[in-house]
Design a protein around this ligand. Structure first.
Ligand code: AMP
Length: 532
């Protein structure tokens, strides 16, 4: 017997069709970096996405082709999300903060054929163009000086076409993650995983969105699909307010004027927003919910928002999990908890929604699944409907035989199933939502003639969540200062990678196998406070 129900392929064009049909006039507002503002609607986004499909087809772009964007958040970028996928193509959202060698690698690796970019990134284009042989066409979102203007490019079409049909298992978006050593890895979202993620994230216990929501996603559209919000928002017909950049003044102004109810971003963004609010005496009376993730949100910030009646949706996830893994969904006994207990709970990473499973395994013996006792920390593993199976062009799956993906995070799971992150096994530092490779910092530092051994670790920073410090053992008889080391590194790594401090020590702790014990080192520097 077969199921007797309609068998629709779960493709993302269903979302934009719904948004345009049921919430057509609901607005999509953009504040551009030069202060100009434009307004369109969900119906307008759909019409432009269909025109973009025609324009792409005119360039010979079709099924399975990669269309890249190098852009901040705005309505034309949103058009590309649906236009590229609706052509049967795959949208590759590039992080403009990557280094040149990473940019070179990912564009060639994804075999991007078209690149659509913000004019502010013209210097990147000029630099990288010779290294990107696969790109046949450049289009610019907001200028016609160096490449066709996006509006002119789609402007010659009438939008009178249909979405490309296909399987729900086709890819619709690639996001590269640079959260581990080596080259960035491509995570390929399918139409199906994206749809399931979008539907799940609408639950009141997750992001609780509906057509009354006015969402300002500060999380960039090149970061893990902007946490899926532009998809979830289409399913509900939420109004969107995009700001090209994160200037706190511009964000606060538009949040007030457009009566933004919901916003989403990494903790660093919220810290600078709160500082701005305090310094200017501004308030955001319409703000109802703050979605935060990417790094642990400081408890004091959570408390501050909650005291103002703002719901905190603290989420943990990864590019590999589309990205939602857990959220701080309220418990069934929420009303019985004290305010303090509620804040404590929200400061943890939360519980899994339907569709995702987590477990912790012994750090030395992954076959041993740890009890959910809130005491023993283990390697956090995840599997589920929108969790990675295999990276782009990888030769093997990224999961074990039971589909468990090792996150590189260390956590305890409490008896009420709340996940609390305690550490990381992956050797990286996350500063303001962006990754710094400790291994690359160490390799650069070890080349200094006075350095015998160097270890980079992240320490708590009040603004950037984490900043790198370098722990150095000098060669016998050699001499150098912290400034010498920083100066030495300054032409070898990006400026924002430079360690905030260099600590000279007699010895660095090692594991039984002779490797630097980052776990012990992080423990030693747990209470380290940076000077500024
Ligand atoms: P990315 O793939 O760049 O989004 O990074 C994912 C990683 O960010 C996770 O594996 C964690 O290490 C970290 N992360 C994400 N969300 C949180 C959170 N709520 N609290 C602490 N760390 C987080």
């Amino acid at each position: 017997m077969l199921g007797g129900m309609q068998d629709w392929e779960l493709r993302v064009n269903l979302l934009i069709d719904h948004a345009a049909r049921e919430h057509g006039p609901r607005e999509i507002v953009t504040r551009w970096v030069d202060g100009a503002e434009t307004r369109t609607t969900w119906a307008g986004i759909r019409r432009d996405a269909l025109k973009m499909k025609q324009s792409l087809e005119r360039l010979g772009i079709g099924k399975g082709d990669a269309v890249a964007t190098l852009a901040l958040n705005h309505s034309r970028h949103l058009v590309c999300w649906y236009g590229a996928a609706g052509t049967g193509g795959v949208l590759h959202t590039i992080n403009p903060r990557l280094f040149d060698d990473q940019l070179e690698y990912i564009v060639n690796h994804a075999e991007d054929r078209v690149l659509i970019y913000d004019a502010m990134f013209q210097p990147i284009i000029d630099r990288m163009r010779p290294k990107w042989p696969t790109i046949e066409h450049y289009i610019c979102f907001d200028s016609g000086t160096h490449a066709p203007h996006f509006e002119d490019w789609i402007g010659t079409e009438d939008g009178n076409t249909e979405w490309e049909a296909g399987s729900e298992r086709d890819p619709c978006m690639i996001c590269y993650t640079s959260g581990t050593t080596g080259h960035p890895k491509g995570v390929i979202y399918s139409h199906r995983s994206t749809m399931l993620h979008a539907i799940a994230s609408l639950q009141p216990s997750m992001f609780s969105m509906d057509t009354r929501t006015v969402m300002l996603p500060i999380v960039p559209m090149f970061h893990a699909a902007s946490w899926g919000l532009p998809y979830a928002g289409a399913a509900t017909g939420a109004k969107f307010v995009f700001v090209q950049g994160n200037d706190p003044q511009a964000l606060c102004d538009i949040m007030q004027r457009e009566k933004v109810t919901d916003s989403a971003g990494v903790p660093t963004v919220w810290l600078s927003m709160l500082q701005h609010l305090d310094a200017t005496g501004t308030s955001l009376p319409d703000l109802r919910q703050v979605v935060v993730g990417g790094s642990a949100m400081p408890r004091a910030v959570i408390e501050r928002f909650m005291r103002q009646g703002v719901r905190i949706a603290h989420a943990w996830g990864m590019t590999e999990t589309s990205p939602i893994g857990t959220t701080g969904a309220e418990t069934w006994d929420w009303g019985d908890k004290s305010f303090e207990a509620q804040v404590d709970y929200k400061a943890m990473q939360g519980r899994t929604p339907f569709g995702v499973e987590v477990r912790c395994v012994d750090l030395d013996d992954p076959a041993h699944v740890l009890p959910r006792d809130g005491k023993i920390a283990g390697a956090l593993q995840v599997r589920g409907l929108w969790v990675i199976k295999r990276y782009l062009k990888a030769e093997a799956d990224a999961v074990d035989a039971d589909q468990w993906f090792d996150t590189g995070d260390v956590a305890v799971i409490h008896p009420d199933n709340t996940v609390q992150l305690t550490d990381r096994t992956k050797d990286v530092i996350k500063s303001g939502g962006e990754w710094i490779s400790s291994v690359e910092l160490e390799n650069a530092a070890i080349a200094h003639p006075a350095v015998a051994e160097a270890a980079a670790i992240g320490v708590v920073h009040p603004k950037w969540d984490e900043r790198p410090i370098l722990v150095v053992v000098k060669k016998p008889g050699a001499d150098c200062t912290a400034d010498d080391i920083r100066m030495f590194l300054s032409d070898k790594v990006a400026k924002w990678w430079l360690p905030d401090a260099v600590e000279f020590v007699d010895a660095i702790p090692h594991t039984g196998t002779g490797k630097i014990s980052k776990k012990d080192l992080r423990e030693q520097y747990r209470d380290y406070r940076l000077k500024d």
